[in-house]
Write a protein that binds this ligand. Structure first.
Ligand code: MG
Length: 297
């Protein structure tokens, strides 16, 4: 299933994309499913059977009707508009660490992003007025579906906590990232966190460690690698995070970017007003965003 948050001009709604349609899951289930994906994540196990039944029934005979709209008639929002946490992995591909001139760490390097910098598919990423060093980082994102409830987890059980996958573009303001030793500012500028377009449930992804991640800038491929080259696999990442904080349903874990970012090129290549940046991950769709100057919007 491809789960989304969408708006038809009113409050955000929890939906599923089936072909060219988006279904309003609360409407189609006559209120058995919540109207917000955040509420679905409050009780994934309880809602999952109804979710599967409602989406399967619609897939059997998809058509416009009550609670159904054409995908091109609604506005997609970040699939989870307010994730409880966004914990990112740095330097998870050896070739990217090498291009950045930074060492590979024996344990995952983690940093936090905040929900209010998220950007929907199709919405602009902003070049800030205070810096032009805006760089892309196409990434596979893991979506958590089950709480670790105060306990640490092993690698062997880690995949039980995965609900699905999505795409994240960890757009970074490089000078702000490196002017101090913490990444917080450089990784959290306004409108720098493209996320989506969907959360694809884990049952649709046979092996998350065999997915191509491809980033294109104005149609030209700038990053292309397979997730089988990640240094820390998903179980290792989740085990490390759960060592210090509980994973919660709806958490988003961007897993790091391959080689091919712009800041170490000669001359550096940065995002600028008028560009279009896209990230595609096998089976997860394409996340595309125009780039605009902050002053222009
Ligand atoms: Mg990153």
């Amino acid at each position: 299933m491809k789960l989304v948050t969408f708006s038809n001009g009113q409050a955000p709604r929890f939906g599923a994309v089936v072909g060219k349609f988006v279904v309003d899951l609360a409407a189609l289930s006559k209120g058995d499913l919540p109207s917000r994906i955040e509420d679905f994540f409050e009780d994934v196990e309880g809602f999952e059977p109804t979710l599967k039944a409602v989406v399967s029934a619609f897939e059997a005979s998809p058509a416009l009707g009550e609670g159904v709209a054409s995908l091109d008639q609604v506005k997609l929002l970040p699939p989870i508009t307010r994730p409880p946490k966004i914990i990112c992995v740095a330097r998870n591909y050896a070739a990217h660490a090498a291009e950045a001139g930074l060492p590979i760490s024996p344990i995952p390097i983690l940093f936090a992003r905040f929900a209010n910098a998220l950007v929907a598919d199709g919405d602009p990423v902003l070049v800030p007025a205070v810096s032009k060093d805006l760089d892309w980082e196409g990434e596979l994102a893991v979506i958590i579906g089950k709480s670790t409830k105060g306990r640490r987890i092993t690698k062997a059980e880690a995949m039980e906590y995965v609900f699905g996958y999505s795409i994240f573009n960890d757009v970074t303001v490089r000078d702000y990232q490196f002017r101090v030793t913490q990444y917080t500012a450089g990784k959290n500028f306004r409108a720098t966190g493209p996320f989506g377009p969907y959360v694809v449930t884990a049952d649709e992804i046979a092996d998350p460690h065999k997915l191509d991640v491809t980033t294109t800038l104005n149609g030209k491929v700038e990053q292309h690698a397979n997730t089988d080259t990640m240094i820390y696999d998903i179980p290792t990442i989740l085990e490390n995070i759960a060592e210090f904080i509980d994973l919660e349903p709806g958490d988003v874990i961007p897993t790091g970017t391959p080689a091919g970012v712009g800041f170490k090129r000669s001359p550096p290549l940065f995002l600028k007003d008028g560009d279009t940046i896209s990230v595609e991950v096998t089976g997860l769709g394409v996340l595309t965003n125009p780039v605009r100057n902050e002053e222009a919007v």
